[in-house]
Ligand binder design. Structure first.
Ligand SMILES: CC(C)(COP(=O)(O)OP(=O)(O)OC[C@H]1O[C@@H](n2cnc3c(N)ncnc32)[C@H](O)[C@@H]1OP(=O)(O)O)[C@@H](O)C(=O)NCCC(=O)NCCS
Length: 166
């Protein structure tokens, strides 16, 4: 379970925000080096993270920050990629979403992670102002507990960075 805020509606399990987006790469997704254009992937990651955040919060949301977005391997024409996104941490009006992107080898079924990112999504009201997230987050197994604990540390680092202006 995350921090000591009081949540209006109780807690939701980590799994309830899990979002899976699958795409096959087309010519229009490639850059000048015939690889997946990073900006295109960032758009898809932002979409999947936004859906995960809406699933958790039930609110309209906006992306306020993207952390640690790493392109580990390229992807190419006709590759099938899958983005998996889920909420890992909930603060008062903001939540962290983890988004992992995989490329799939359809012959063997193996998947390789090509990108890994953390996004901060903020719940907003009709005027675009931050509003409290009504649901807390509850981890249901050891892996989720470890992820939530790491996410709590990342949130603290982000808070310190903002305070220090770095
Ligand atoms: C998101 C937005 C509504 C926040 O408004 P704000 O006046 O900065 O409000 P606050 O300072 O109260 O921050 C709201 C929450 O966002 C978090 N936050 C703000 N800036 C952040 C940043 N750079 N990194 C991580 N979290 C951040 C705050 O910690 C706070 O979280 P908490 O309530 O859970 O503690 C406003 O900055 C905005 O509209 N930004 C543009 C978003 C957008 O248009 N995104 C689409 C991409 S173009």
């Amino acid at each position: 379970m995350t921090q000591g805020h009081t949540y209006e509606l109780g807690y939701k399990p980590v799994g309830s925000s899990r979002t899976i987006a699958t795409r096959m790469l087309r010519h229009e997704d490639m850059n000048g080096s015939d690889r997946l254009f990073g900006g295109r992937l960032m758009e898809w990651i932002d979409d999947a993270a936004g859906i995960a955040a809406r699933r958790h919060s039930g609110c309209n949301i906006t992306t306020v920050a993207v952390d640690k977005l790493e392109f580990k391997y390229p992807a190419f024409l006709n590759d099938i990629i899958t983005i998996e996104a889920w909420v890992t941490h909930v603060e008062r009006t903001s939540m962290e979403v983890r988004a992992d992107t995989y490329v799939e080898d359809t012959r063997t079924g193996e998947r390789r992670m090509i990108n890994h990112a953390y996004l901060t999504e903020v719940c907003i009201d009709d005027e675009g102002r931050p509003k409290p997230i009504p649901w807390g987050l509850v981890a249901q197994n050891a892996e989720e507990h470890a992820e939530c604990e790491a996410a709590r540390k990342r949130a603290e680092i982000r808070r310190l960075r903002r305070v220090e202006g770095i």
